[in-house]
Design a binder for this molecule. Sequence first.
Ligand code: HEC
Length: 114
Amino acid sequence: MNIAARVLLCSALLLSATAGAQTRPAERGKQLFDHWCSACHKPLGEFVSSVPGTTALQNKYKGAIPAALEQRNDLKPDYVRLIIRQGILSMPFFRKTELSDDDVAAIGAYLARP
Ligand code: HEC
């Protein structure tokens, strides 16, 4: 394959990747959540008796709402963005070099999905 064909192929691949990200933000949000958040926010279960985020939210809400973020239906993208950028108590904030604004929006869309 000559150089021009390679460049064309690369841009086509890049374009389809961005198109995918734009049409399915919640799906991308799930991948990002699994990578950046689930270590602290996964649901507790048989083999998981405590993770910092879920355990702290369990203590905070005392079961009034689910402690695992993915099981909640009251989260709004704006609130999720605020927490991601500022952190809260023992939760660290995330820089734009770690999670871009698009990434944060995708995570917000994922957590706020119906
Ligand atoms: C190092 C562990 C850790 C990581 C990583 C982490 N969190 Fe948290 N998160 C926490 C803790 C602990 C709290 C609870 C703080 C408190 O007691 O109010 C929290 C709270 C939150 C809340 C507030 C929930 C509420 O009801 O007020 C949101 C939203 C949240 N995290 C989203 C995220 C997202 C999205 C990510 C990934 C980008 C993430 N967190 C990564 C530890 C973490």
